[in-house]
Write a protein that binds this ligand. Sequence first.
Ligand code: FAD
Length: 486
Amino acid sequence: MKKTISIIGSGFSALSASCYLAQLGHTVTIYEKNDSIGGRARQFKSNGFTFDMGPSWYWMPDVFERFFQDFGKKQSDYYELIKLNPAYRVYFGIDDFINIYDNLEAIKSVFENIEKGSAKKLQAFINQAKSNYDIAIKDLVYRPGVSPLELITPKTILKLNQFISNVSSDIRKEFKNERLIQILEFPVLFLGAKPSKTPSFYNFMNYADFGLGTWHPKTGMFDVVRGIKKLALELGVTIKTNSAIEKIIVENKTAKGIVINGTVIHSDIILSGADYQHTETLLEKEHRAYSDKYWEGRVFAPSSLLFFVGFDKKIENITHHALFFDVDFNQHAADIYDEPKWPEAPLFYANFPSKTDSTAAPDGMETGFFLIPLAPGIDDSELLREKYFEKIINRFEEITQQKIKKNIIFKRSFCKNDFVADYNAYKGNAYGMANTLLQTAFLRPKLKSKKVRNLYFTGQLTVPGPGVPPALISGKLVAELIQKSL
Ligand SMILES: Cc1cc2nc3c(=O)[nH]c(=O)nc-3n(C[C@H](O)[C@H](O)[C@H](O)COP(=O)(O)OP(=O)(O)OC[C@H]3O[C@@H](n4cnc5c(N)ncnc54)[C@H](O)[C@@H]3O)c2cc1C
């Protein structure tokens, strides 16, 4: 039966859901509060520089391919991908770094040179990670998080111990060199929790990293947003920006419509791709399934301090993606998760898309993006942002042995307060709710409202979790659930 469906937000999960629902024949309209689409993956241009505002690591290309295949298309019909080599570089001190290359054999040689015997151990570790990837990403994450039974399959029963142990302790059993340990712990940070709080099973992220590689859409991550938008329009979806939803109308415990700028828009189904906690504030209290206490008790992924910087020269000694792990990894993690505060010595991540994509910056110039992960809900002020910019830019200059401060011709910061103002993000989280053992699959907030009929949710606070590939999957899962209920 053909339905009218209103979707709140235009992030990857909402865009994905819109495609599946339109393909099923429904009349689908996306309403986005901001003036451009893409949610946390928006893009802006200024002074000739192009900045992707959120995701920059294109991992798990197979998930994107599977998405387009569901519509009889190929990813390459919508955008071009470049495999990065080195995939990324990890700095540990002045001119002291490890490059992670684009194939496992080369990475094994790097490991072996640092720790004798580690190449063989890495192969075994990645074999196990691949087996988990095949179970998780090709199957489990495509289950809707309705029942615990979804997780019980002949294959997962054999891996039960991997839900009890954690990624950090497993890695430490095999590898002794602290640098190699940090490199192996890095991928699960994308899931939003400390490696010591992330079940071992999630080491499939290491296969995504070393096995499948790091890719870059030719003119930036926004190519993916543009590609999916094109597909959505081809399927008949309508997209409206500058349309903040103020209220969800409920009658007889059934969602009936939304209110935008005081105007009521009636719909058969409401699907929210906006942050879950925010969406429930659009309902009267009695219709909310999760209390303030519930949200307060969850482990959220970090917020972030971001800087978008344009340089009037090329930056030397740097790769497209670079991690600055020259300070204590565990202390920074404790400052995010254990006793939330601004870290004394922050780890940071820098990316220079203009190293790969000449359109990202004017000729002879460089586009830079810097990210410091921070505790969600932390105090945010211009003064603090500037203090931390000084800290990281000084370290950048020292570690990469060059002066760049005087070459900054554009700079914009983005931090917790912006995540709240721009995305209605709970505590200004950057990438949703962490995937800890107690926040996995059926233990995450539900795709279908427990209190209001015809109201659904998608995105990084529900299943399967944070990241662009999970957001695409989340859109598919909710579309299937909606269709099943009709
Ligand atoms: C800095 C940063 C770096 C990241 N790096 C990576 C990476 O390298 N690789 C990766 O895979 N993932 C990364 N992520 C995570 C990834 O970007 C997200 O998981 C994903 O984009 C989330 O998509 P979503 O659809 O769940 O939500 P969002 O993108 O947040 O979309 C929600 C949308 O709802 C809109 N909205 C909110 N309230 C309303 C309202 N009342 N009315 C109308 N619209 C509303 C918002 O404006 C927003 O557009 C990163 C995220 C950030 C922030």
